[in-house]
Design a protein around this ligand. Sequence first.
Ligand SMILES: C[S@@+](CC[C@H](N)C(=O)[O-])C[C@H]1O[C@@H](n2cnc3c(N)ncnc32)[C@H](O)[C@@H]1O
Length: 462
Amino acid sequence: MSIKKRKAYELEITDLAFGGRGLAKPDGFPVFIDRCIPGDVVFAKITKKKKSWAEGKLIKILQESSLRKEGKCQYCNFCGGCKWQQIGYDLQLEYKKRHVTESMQHIGGLKDVLVKDVIPSDNIYEYRNKMEFSCSSKRWLLPWELENEEIKKDFGIGLHVPGTFDKVIDIKRCEIMPDLGNQILDDVRNFIKESDLPAYNLRTHEGFWRFLMLRHSVAFDTWMVNIVTTFKQMDVVRDLASVLTQNHPQIKSVMNNITDAKSGVSIGKEEICLYGKDHIKERLGKFVFKISPNSFFQTNTRSCENLYAKVSEYAALTGKETVIDLYSGTGTIPIWLSDQAKMVYGIEIVKSAVVDAKLNAQLNGIENCEFFEGDIKDVLPGLKQKPDVMIIDPPRVGMHKDVVQQVLYISPEKIVYVSCNPATLARDLEMLAPEYDIKEIQPVDMFPHTYHIESVALLLKK
Ligand SMILES: C[S@@+](CC[C@H](N)C(=O)[O-])C[C@H]1O[C@@H](n2cnc3c(N)ncnc32)[C@H](O)[C@@H]1O
Protein backbone atom coordinates (compact mmCIF):
# COMPACT_ATOMS: atom_id res chain seq x y z
CA MET A 1 0.00 0.00 0.00
CA SER A 2 1.50 3.35 -0.96
CA ILE A 3 0.52 5.96 1.63
CA LYS A 4 -0.48 9.35 0.25
CA LYS A 5 -1.04 12.66 1.99
CA ARG A 6 -4.66 13.79 2.49
CA LYS A 7 -5.96 10.26 1.73
CA ALA A 8 -7.68 8.17 4.42
CA TYR A 9 -6.90 4.52 5.13
CA GLU A 10 -8.04 1.64 7.29
CA LEU A 11 -5.06 0.83 9.51
CA GLU A 12 -4.31 -1.61 12.28
CA ILE A 13 -2.43 -0.18 15.25
CA THR A 14 0.28 -2.62 16.25
CA ASP A 15 2.36 -0.67 18.75
CA LEU A 16 2.72 2.49 20.84
CA ALA A 17 5.46 4.81 19.66
CA PHE A 18 7.54 7.61 21.11
CA GLY A 19 5.30 10.44 22.29
CA GLY A 20 2.51 8.02 23.16
CA ARG A 21 1.03 7.78 19.67
CA GLY A 22 -0.32 4.62 18.07
CA LEU A 23 1.84 3.05 15.36
CA ALA A 24 0.52 1.30 12.26
CA LYS A 25 2.87 -0.25 9.71
CA PRO A 26 1.07 -0.83 6.41
CA ASP A 27 3.61 -2.74 4.27
CA GLY A 28 6.27 -1.86 6.86
CA PHE A 29 5.82 1.91 6.45
CA PRO A 30 5.39 3.62 9.88
CA VAL A 31 2.31 5.78 10.34
CA PHE A 32 1.81 7.55 13.69
CA ILE A 33 -1.72 8.27 14.88
CA ASP A 34 -2.69 10.03 18.08
CA ARG A 35 -5.24 8.58 20.54
CA CYS A 36 -4.98 4.99 19.29
CA ILE A 37 -3.75 1.96 21.13
CA PRO A 38 -2.38 -1.40 19.96
CA GLY A 39 -5.17 -3.64 18.69
CA ASP A 40 -7.35 -0.78 17.41
CA VAL A 41 -8.38 -0.88 13.77
CA VAL A 42 -8.89 2.72 12.71
CA PHE A 43 -9.80 4.91 9.79
CA ALA A 44 -7.25 7.72 9.63
CA LYS A 45 -6.41 10.57 7.28
CA ILE A 46 -2.74 11.17 6.45
CA THR A 47 -1.80 14.70 7.47
CA LYS A 48 1.97 14.57 6.99
CA LYS A 49 4.07 12.36 4.74
CA LYS A 50 7.86 12.12 4.88
CA LYS A 51 10.24 9.75 3.12
CA SER A 52 10.32 7.18 5.89
CA TRP A 53 7.21 7.87 7.98
CA ALA A 54 3.82 9.55 8.02
CA GLU A 55 1.38 11.06 10.49
CA GLY A 56 -2.34 10.49 10.45
CA LYS A 57 -5.37 11.99 12.16
CA LEU A 58 -7.84 9.59 13.67
CA ILE A 59 -11.24 9.83 11.99
CA LYS A 60 -12.95 6.76 13.41
CA ILE A 61 -12.17 3.67 15.43
CA LEU A 62 -13.53 0.80 13.34
CA GLN A 63 -12.71 -1.92 15.83
CA GLU A 64 -11.72 -1.28 19.42
CA SER A 65 -8.66 -2.98 20.89
CA SER A 66 -9.32 -5.51 23.65
CA LEU A 67 -6.81 -3.47 25.69
CA ARG A 68 -9.11 -0.44 25.67
CA LYS A 69 -10.61 0.66 28.98
CA GLU A 70 -13.37 3.14 29.64
CA GLY A 71 -11.69 6.47 30.50
CA LYS A 72 -12.93 7.98 33.76
CA CYS A 73 -12.95 11.49 32.32
CA GLN A 74 -15.67 12.54 29.87
CA TYR A 75 -13.17 14.70 27.95
CA CYS A 76 -10.38 12.12 27.64
CA ASN A 77 -10.85 11.68 23.88
CA PHE A 78 -10.55 15.40 23.23
CA CYS A 79 -8.50 17.14 25.92
CA GLY A 80 -4.72 17.45 25.77
CA GLY A 81 -4.38 16.66 29.48
CA CYS A 82 -4.32 12.88 29.69
CA LYS A 83 -4.49 10.93 26.46
CA TRP A 84 -3.82 7.50 27.95
CA GLN A 85 -6.89 7.07 30.14
CA GLN A 86 -8.12 4.29 27.85
CA ILE A 87 -5.08 2.19 28.72
CA GLY A 88 -5.13 0.31 32.04
CA TYR A 89 -2.60 1.68 34.52
CA ASP A 90 -0.45 -1.50 34.63
CA LEU A 91 -0.11 -1.39 30.87
CA GLN A 92 0.75 2.33 30.96
CA LEU A 93 3.61 1.44 33.31
CA GLU A 94 4.81 -1.31 30.97
CA TYR A 95 4.84 1.07 28.02
CA LYS A 96 6.67 3.71 30.02
CA LYS A 97 9.38 1.24 31.04
CA ARG A 98 9.73 0.08 27.45
CA HIS A 99 9.96 3.68 26.30
CA VAL A 100 12.91 4.32 28.65
CA THR A 101 14.63 1.05 27.62
CA GLU A 102 14.18 1.71 23.90
CA SER A 103 15.37 5.30 24.21
CA MET A 104 18.58 4.01 25.78
CA GLN A 105 19.05 1.47 23.00
CA HIS A 106 17.98 3.48 19.96
CA ILE A 107 18.97 7.04 20.89
CA GLY A 108 21.87 6.46 23.26
CA GLY A 109 23.18 3.24 21.70
CA LEU A 110 23.26 1.86 25.28
CA LYS A 111 22.27 -1.77 24.86
CA ASP A 112 22.78 -3.31 28.29
CA VAL A 113 21.51 -0.70 30.72
CA LEU A 114 19.34 -2.14 33.48
CA VAL A 115 15.98 -0.34 33.49
CA LYS A 116 13.94 -1.31 36.53
CA ASP A 117 10.16 -1.66 36.78
CA VAL A 118 8.46 1.72 37.07
CA ILE A 119 7.61 2.93 40.58
CA PRO A 120 3.89 3.68 40.18
CA SER A 121 2.18 6.87 41.32
CA ASP A 122 0.43 6.37 44.69
CA ASN A 123 -2.67 8.06 43.27
CA ILE A 124 -3.66 7.75 39.65
CA TYR A 125 -6.46 10.33 39.91
CA GLU A 126 -6.50 13.61 41.84
CA TYR A 127 -2.70 13.58 41.84
CA ARG A 128 -1.86 16.99 40.34
CA ASN A 129 -1.07 19.76 42.79
CA LYS A 130 -1.14 22.44 40.08
CA MET A 131 -3.60 23.05 37.25
CA GLU A 132 -3.85 25.91 34.84
CA PHE A 133 -7.10 26.62 33.00
CA SER A 134 -7.44 29.03 30.07
CA CYS A 135 -10.35 31.40 29.62
CA SER A 136 -11.76 31.85 26.16
CA SER A 137 -14.52 34.12 24.86
CA LYS A 138 -15.30 31.43 22.26
CA ARG A 139 -15.07 27.95 23.61
CA TRP A 140 -14.65 24.86 21.50
CA LEU A 141 -17.74 22.66 21.38
CA LEU A 142 -17.56 18.92 21.94
CA PRO A 143 -19.53 16.60 19.61
CA TRP A 144 -22.41 16.17 22.10
CA GLU A 145 -22.48 19.93 22.75
CA LEU A 146 -22.84 20.61 19.03
CA GLU A 147 -26.05 18.60 19.07
CA ASN A 148 -27.48 20.66 21.93
CA GLU A 149 -28.84 23.91 20.55
CA GLU A 150 -29.04 25.45 24.02
CA ILE A 151 -25.24 25.43 24.30
CA LYS A 152 -23.64 28.46 22.71
CA LYS A 153 -20.10 28.92 21.52
CA ASP A 154 -19.47 31.62 24.12
CA PHE A 155 -17.33 31.79 27.25
CA GLY A 156 -15.49 28.71 28.43
CA ILE A 157 -12.80 27.93 30.96
CA GLY A 158 -10.74 24.77 30.76
CA LEU A 159 -8.02 22.95 28.87
CA HIS A 160 -6.91 23.09 25.27
CA VAL A 161 -7.51 20.61 22.49
CA PRO A 162 -3.95 19.25 22.01
CA GLY A 163 -1.77 21.24 19.66
CA THR A 164 -4.13 24.23 19.52
CA PHE A 165 -3.78 27.66 21.08
CA ASP A 166 -7.38 28.79 20.51
CA LYS A 167 -9.53 25.71 21.14
CA VAL A 168 -10.52 25.65 24.79
CA ILE A 169 -12.80 22.92 26.12
CA ASP A 170 -15.11 24.10 28.90
CA ILE A 171 -14.01 21.61 31.54
CA LYS A 172 -16.59 20.93 34.25
CA ARG A 173 -14.60 18.27 35.98
CA CYS A 174 -10.92 17.37 35.80
CA GLU A 175 -10.18 13.95 37.29
CA ILE A 176 -6.45 14.44 37.90
CA MET A 177 -6.94 17.42 40.22
CA PRO A 178 -8.27 17.01 43.78
CA ASP A 179 -12.04 17.38 43.92
CA LEU A 180 -12.21 20.77 45.61
CA GLY A 181 -10.35 22.21 42.62
CA ASN A 182 -13.42 21.39 40.48
CA GLN A 183 -15.68 23.28 42.87
CA ILE A 184 -13.37 26.30 42.76
CA LEU A 185 -13.24 26.07 38.96
CA ASP A 186 -17.03 26.05 38.85
CA ASP A 187 -17.34 29.06 41.16
CA VAL A 188 -14.89 30.99 38.99
CA ARG A 189 -16.80 30.01 35.84
CA ASN A 190 -20.10 31.22 37.32
CA PHE A 191 -18.55 34.47 38.54
CA ILE A 192 -16.97 35.24 35.16
CA LYS A 193 -20.24 34.46 33.35
CA GLU A 194 -22.07 36.99 35.49
CA SER A 195 -19.34 39.63 35.43
CA ASP A 196 -19.47 42.60 33.07
CA LEU A 197 -15.94 41.98 31.90
CA PRO A 198 -15.28 39.77 28.86
CA ALA A 199 -13.12 36.66 28.77
CA TYR A 200 -9.97 36.76 26.65
CA ASN A 201 -10.28 36.24 22.93
CA LEU A 202 -7.33 34.07 21.98
CA ARG A 203 -7.29 35.39 18.41
CA THR A 204 -7.82 39.15 18.87
CA HIS A 205 -6.08 39.24 22.27
CA GLU A 206 -8.84 41.37 23.74
CA GLY A 207 -10.73 40.67 26.94
CA PHE A 208 -10.06 40.64 30.67
CA TRP A 209 -10.12 37.10 32.13
CA ARG A 210 -7.12 35.04 30.98
CA PHE A 211 -6.17 32.12 33.20
CA LEU A 212 -7.05 30.44 36.45
CA MET A 213 -4.20 28.68 38.15
CA LEU A 214 -4.87 26.42 41.14
CA ARG A 215 -2.28 25.01 43.48
CA HIS A 216 -2.96 22.48 46.21
CA SER A 217 -0.85 21.58 49.21
CA VAL A 218 -1.32 17.89 49.97
CA ALA A 219 0.25 18.02 53.42
CA PHE A 220 -1.75 21.00 54.69
CA ASP A 221 -4.82 20.57 52.42
CA THR A 222 -4.75 24.26 51.52
CA TRP A 223 -5.24 25.96 48.15
CA MET A 224 -3.86 28.90 46.23
CA VAL A 225 -5.98 30.55 43.55
CA ASN A 226 -4.14 32.67 41.00
CA ILE A 227 -6.37 34.77 38.75
CA VAL A 228 -4.59 36.04 35.67
CA THR A 229 -6.10 39.10 33.98
CA THR A 230 -4.99 41.44 31.20
CA PHE A 231 -5.39 44.61 33.25
CA LYS A 232 -6.03 45.80 36.77
CA GLN A 233 -9.66 45.91 37.98
CA MET A 234 -9.35 45.58 41.71
CA ASP A 235 -13.04 45.80 42.71
CA VAL A 236 -13.94 42.87 40.43
CA VAL A 237 -11.11 40.52 41.37
CA ARG A 238 -11.56 41.33 45.06
CA ASP A 239 -15.25 40.35 44.76
CA LEU A 240 -14.22 37.07 43.17
CA ALA A 241 -11.64 36.45 45.92
CA SER A 242 -14.27 37.05 48.58
CA VAL A 243 -16.81 34.67 46.95
CA LEU A 244 -14.16 31.97 46.72
CA THR A 245 -12.79 32.31 50.24
CA GLN A 246 -16.28 32.38 51.76
CA ASN A 247 -17.23 29.22 49.89
CA HIS A 248 -13.97 27.38 50.51
CA PRO A 249 -12.08 28.06 53.74
CA GLN A 250 -9.28 25.79 52.48
CA ILE A 251 -8.22 28.64 50.17
CA LYS A 252 -5.40 30.39 52.00
CA SER A 253 -4.05 32.55 49.19
CA VAL A 254 -5.71 34.41 46.31
CA MET A 255 -3.36 36.14 43.88
CA ASN A 256 -3.92 38.32 40.85
CA ASN A 257 -1.26 38.22 38.14
CA ILE A 258 -1.69 40.93 35.54
CA THR A 259 -0.24 40.57 32.07
CA ASP A 260 -1.02 41.94 28.62
CA ALA A 261 1.58 39.66 26.99
CA LYS A 262 0.12 37.80 24.03
CA SER A 263 1.97 34.56 24.72
CA GLY A 264 0.10 31.99 26.79
CA VAL A 265 2.10 32.47 29.99
CA SER A 266 0.37 33.06 33.27
CA ILE A 267 3.29 34.93 34.87
CA GLY A 268 2.17 38.51 35.41
CA LYS A 269 4.10 41.71 34.93
CA GLU A 270 2.44 42.70 38.19
CA GLU A 271 1.37 40.43 41.02
CA ILE A 272 -1.11 41.42 43.73
CA CYS A 273 -2.11 39.42 46.78
CA LEU A 274 -5.90 39.66 47.11
CA TYR A 275 -6.35 37.42 50.13
CA GLY A 276 -4.17 35.67 52.72
CA LYS A 277 -0.48 35.08 52.04
CA ASP A 278 1.36 35.32 48.71
CA HIS A 279 2.29 31.63 48.97
CA ILE A 280 1.17 28.29 50.35
CA LYS A 281 3.33 25.70 52.05
CA GLU A 282 3.89 22.08 51.13
CA ARG A 283 5.81 19.30 52.84
CA LEU A 284 8.18 16.84 51.21
CA GLY A 285 9.37 14.24 53.71
CA LYS A 286 10.18 16.22 56.85
CA PHE A 287 10.88 19.49 55.00
CA VAL A 288 8.49 22.35 54.39
CA PHE A 289 8.57 24.44 51.21
CA LYS A 290 7.11 27.80 50.37
CA ILE A 291 5.37 27.81 46.98
CA SER A 292 4.69 31.12 45.24
CA PRO A 293 2.29 31.37 42.27
CA ASN A 294 5.06 31.00 39.73
CA SER A 295 7.56 28.79 41.58
CA PHE A 296 8.55 25.52 39.97
CA PHE A 297 7.39 22.63 42.13
CA GLN A 298 7.00 19.00 41.04
CA THR A 299 3.31 18.56 40.19
CA ASN A 300 2.74 15.19 41.87
CA THR A 301 3.71 15.66 45.52
CA ARG A 302 3.64 12.01 46.68
CA SER A 303 5.51 10.75 43.61
CA CYS A 304 8.04 13.53 44.09
CA GLU A 305 8.84 11.97 47.47
CA ASN A 306 9.30 8.59 45.73
CA LEU A 307 11.62 10.26 43.23
CA TYR A 308 13.71 12.04 45.84
CA ALA A 309 13.88 8.86 47.97
CA LYS A 310 15.48 7.19 44.95
CA VAL A 311 17.89 10.10 44.58
CA SER A 312 18.89 9.60 48.25
CA GLU A 313 19.28 5.84 47.77
CA TYR A 314 21.50 6.27 44.70
CA ALA A 315 23.53 9.11 46.24
CA ALA A 316 24.07 6.90 49.35
CA LEU A 317 25.57 9.80 51.30
CA THR A 318 27.28 9.32 54.66
CA GLY A 319 27.25 12.92 55.90
CA LYS A 320 30.84 13.58 54.75
CA GLU A 321 30.27 14.38 51.08
CA THR A 322 30.19 17.57 49.08
CA VAL A 323 27.30 17.52 46.63
CA ILE A 324 26.58 19.80 43.67
CA ASP A 325 23.00 19.87 42.39
CA LEU A 326 22.75 21.21 38.85
CA TYR A 327 19.36 22.77 37.90
CA SER A 328 18.31 23.12 41.54
CA GLY A 329 14.96 24.96 41.08
CA THR A 330 13.56 26.08 44.42
CA GLY A 331 16.16 24.03 46.29
CA THR A 332 14.06 20.94 46.93
CA ILE A 333 16.77 18.35 46.19
CA PRO A 334 19.58 20.16 48.10
CA ILE A 335 17.28 20.58 51.10
CA TRP A 336 16.11 16.96 50.86
CA LEU A 337 19.77 15.83 50.92
CA SER A 338 20.97 18.41 53.47
CA ASP A 339 21.07 16.10 56.48
CA GLN A 340 22.80 13.36 54.49
CA ALA A 341 25.74 15.43 53.19
CA LYS A 342 28.40 17.78 54.52
CA MET A 343 27.53 20.56 52.05
CA VAL A 344 25.16 20.85 49.09
CA TYR A 345 25.55 23.54 46.38
CA GLY A 346 22.73 24.28 43.97
CA ILE A 347 22.89 26.14 40.65
CA GLU A 348 19.76 27.53 39.03
CA ILE A 349 19.09 30.08 36.29
CA VAL A 350 15.76 31.55 37.50
CA LYS A 351 16.34 34.31 39.99
CA SER A 352 13.02 33.92 41.85
CA ALA A 353 13.67 30.16 42.23
CA VAL A 354 17.05 30.89 43.81
CA VAL A 355 15.40 33.40 46.17
CA ASP A 356 12.81 30.74 47.09
CA ALA A 357 15.57 28.12 47.54
CA LYS A 358 17.39 30.34 50.05
CA LEU A 359 14.14 31.06 51.89
CA ASN A 360 13.27 27.37 51.90
CA ALA A 361 16.64 26.51 53.43
CA GLN A 362 16.06 29.17 56.13
CA LEU A 363 12.51 27.95 56.73
CA ASN A 364 13.90 24.50 57.54
CA GLY A 365 16.81 25.81 59.63
CA ILE A 366 19.34 24.45 57.13
CA GLU A 367 22.81 25.95 57.00
CA ASN A 368 24.74 23.58 54.75
CA CYS A 369 23.03 24.49 51.45
CA GLU A 370 24.27 27.29 49.25
CA PHE A 371 22.63 28.44 46.03
CA PHE A 372 24.11 30.16 42.98
CA GLU A 373 22.12 31.98 40.35
CA GLY A 374 23.01 31.78 36.68
CA ASP A 375 23.40 29.60 33.64
CA ILE A 376 25.18 26.40 34.65
CA LYS A 377 27.59 26.61 31.76
CA ASP A 378 28.81 29.96 33.11
CA VAL A 379 28.60 29.29 36.87
CA LEU A 380 29.91 25.72 37.12
CA PRO A 381 33.45 26.41 35.83
CA GLY A 382 33.89 29.07 38.54
CA LEU A 383 32.80 26.81 41.40
CA LYS A 384 35.87 25.92 43.49
CA GLN A 385 34.29 23.02 45.39
CA LYS A 386 35.09 19.53 44.12
CA PRO A 387 31.96 17.39 44.45
CA ASP A 388 31.93 13.76 45.53
CA VAL A 389 28.44 13.41 44.11
CA MET A 390 26.72 15.41 41.42
CA ILE A 391 22.94 15.52 41.03
CA ILE A 392 21.71 16.62 37.61
CA ASP A 393 18.01 17.38 37.03
CA PRO A 394 17.76 19.37 33.78
CA PRO A 395 14.63 20.54 31.94
CA ARG A 396 13.21 18.45 29.06
CA VAL A 397 15.91 19.58 26.61
CA GLY A 398 18.54 17.92 28.78
CA MET A 399 22.07 19.24 29.36
CA HIS A 400 23.89 21.75 27.22
CA LYS A 401 26.79 19.89 25.56
CA ASP A 402 29.28 22.32 27.17
CA VAL A 403 27.87 21.36 30.58
CA VAL A 404 28.39 17.67 29.76
CA GLN A 405 32.05 18.46 28.98
CA GLN A 406 32.38 20.40 32.25
CA VAL A 407 30.91 17.49 34.22
CA LEU A 408 33.39 15.13 32.53
CA TYR A 409 36.20 17.51 33.43
CA ILE A 410 35.10 17.83 37.08
CA SER A 411 34.72 14.06 37.10
CA PRO A 412 32.76 13.34 40.31
CA GLU A 413 32.86 9.72 41.57
CA LYS A 414 29.09 9.46 41.35
CA ILE A 415 26.36 11.12 39.29
CA VAL A 416 22.64 10.84 39.93
CA TYR A 417 20.83 12.05 36.82
CA VAL A 418 17.10 12.85 37.16
CA SER A 419 15.26 13.29 33.88
CA CYS A 420 11.74 13.96 32.66
CA ASN A 421 12.64 13.08 29.08
CA PRO A 422 14.03 9.61 28.20
CA ALA A 423 15.25 10.86 24.80
CA THR A 424 17.55 13.59 26.16
CA LEU A 425 18.54 11.33 29.07
CA ALA A 426 19.73 8.74 26.54
CA ARG A 427 21.59 11.36 24.50
CA ASP A 428 23.37 12.77 27.59
CA LEU A 429 24.19 9.34 29.05
CA GLU A 430 25.79 8.35 25.75
CA MET A 431 28.15 11.34 26.12
CA LEU A 432 28.94 10.43 29.75
CA ALA A 433 29.26 6.67 29.09
CA PRO A 434 32.97 6.64 28.05
CA GLU A 435 33.87 7.74 31.61
CA TYR A 436 30.95 6.34 33.62
CA ASP A 437 29.26 3.00 34.19
CA ILE A 438 25.52 3.39 33.98
CA LYS A 439 24.54 1.15 36.88
CA GLU A 440 20.77 1.28 36.54
CA ILE A 441 17.82 3.47 35.72
CA GLN A 442 14.73 3.71 37.91
CA PRO A 443 11.66 5.15 36.16
CA VAL A 444 9.20 6.85 38.53
CA ASP A 445 5.69 7.63 37.35
CA MET A 446 4.58 11.13 38.23
CA PHE A 447 2.08 11.61 35.40
CA PRO A 448 -0.53 8.81 35.18
CA HIS A 449 -2.61 8.74 31.96
CA THR A 450 0.07 10.56 30.00
CA TYR A 451 3.09 9.08 28.21
CA HIS A 452 5.44 11.21 30.36
CA ILE A 453 7.86 9.44 32.66
CA GLU A 454 10.51 10.60 35.12
CA SER A 455 13.71 8.55 35.49
CA VAL A 456 16.63 8.47 37.89
CA ALA A 457 19.94 7.09 36.62
CA LEU A 458 22.91 6.06 38.75
CA LEU A 459 26.35 6.58 37.18
CA LEU A 460 29.65 5.52 38.76
CA LYS A 461 33.09 6.65 37.62
CA LYS A 462 34.93 3.86 35.77
C1 LIG B 1 13.31 19.91 35.93
S1 LIG B 1 13.54 21.39 36.83
C2 LIG B 1 14.30 20.73 38.27
C3 LIG B 1 14.05 21.50 39.50
C4 LIG B 1 14.33 20.81 40.81
N1 LIG B 1 15.44 19.89 40.76
C5 LIG B 1 13.07 20.11 41.33
O1 LIG B 1 13.05 18.88 41.42
O2 LIG B 1 12.10 20.80 41.66
C6 LIG B 1 14.85 22.11 35.92
C7 LIG B 1 15.35 23.44 36.45
O3 LIG B 1 16.46 23.85 35.65
C8 LIG B 1 16.46 25.25 35.53
N2 LIG B 1 17.32 25.58 34.38
C9 LIG B 1 17.02 25.43 33.06
N3 LIG B 1 18.07 25.76 32.29
C10 LIG B 1 19.07 26.12 33.13
C11 LIG B 1 20.43 26.55 32.93
N4 LIG B 1 20.92 26.68 31.70
N5 LIG B 1 21.18 26.84 33.99
C12 LIG B 1 20.65 26.71 35.26
N6 LIG B 1 19.39 26.29 35.51
C13 LIG B 1 18.59 26.00 34.46
C14 LIG B 1 14.98 25.58 35.39
O4 LIG B 1 14.73 26.93 35.71
C15 LIG B 1 14.35 24.59 36.38
O5 LIG B 1 14.22 25.16 37.67
